[in-house]
Design a protein around this ligand. Structure first.
Ligand code: SF4
Length: 208
């Protein structure tokens, strides 16, 4: 594996709240932060994930991995009604479109609120490590969320660089993480199934 460099969060903070979307994306980030001797807490707030069984699967896997490293894991609400209310009217948007901005805004604002209420000065997210995501879009939501609260910074670090993407794949393989077949929401499941059908492939395990 490529060697990691020591990471320094904004203002040299030693405590970091990490919003995690799933174990495959946050595994490498957690290890990178631990290697840098930072005190981390994982915050799992992803009411976008559909169906509930998929949500529980992703959450449990992330929780198990956090426990392995003795990292506190915050299991936040699955307030799915709130998520659906926010994205109303954006059902037909493509991935990386306006629905995703709203989705990131909600998840990172909720993370920022928790950080504010629990004395964290810095938070970051695993959302941007995936090559399927628009990193600028994720960072924009994170920076905006941080501005809502005093003395709070969003750490817009590029987790893909310095071998991060490669290590993410390697850790996923080593840990035998469940490999999700779509981004998370019911609309991404619909689109993934449509694409699979066009390619003559089997549909995702969940049907829409
Ligand atoms: S495609 Fe992914 S990021 Fe976009 S709205 Fe759905 S779950 Fe959120």
């Amino acid at each position: 594996m490529t060697e990691r460099q020591l990471l320094i969060p904004p203002y040299h903070e030693t405590q970091v709240l990490l919003h995690s979307c799933c174990a495959p994306c946050s595994g490498e980030i957690m290890q990178a932060l631990i290697t840098s001797q930072l005190e981390i807490t994982v915050f799992f707030y992803n009411p976008n994930i559909h169906p509930r069984a998929e949500y529980e699967l992703r959450k449990q896997e992330n929780k198990t991995f956090a426990e392995k490293y003795g990292v506190p894991f915050i299991d936040a609400d699955y307030d799915v009604d709130n998520w659906f209310a926010r994205v109303k009217g954006l059902e037909q948007e493509p991935e990386r479109g306006r629905r995703c901005s709203v989705c990131f805004d909600l998840r990172l604002w909720r993370t920022a609120l928790f950080a504010h209420e629990h004395g964290f000065k810095v938070f970051t997210s695993s959302l941007g490590i995936s090559r399927w995501k628009d990193m600028n879009q994720v960072n924009h939501s994170g920076l905006q969320a941080a501005q809502t609260f005093p003395n709070l910074s969003y750490w817009a670090y590029n987790w893909r660089k310095q071998g991060g993407s490669q290590r993410m794949v390697e850790i996923t393989r080593q840990e035998n993480f469940y490999r999700q077949e779509y981004c998370g929401c019911v609309y991404s499941l619909r689109d993934a199934n449509q694409w699979r059908q066009q390619q003559g492939r089997q549909k995702c395990r969940w049907q829409r």
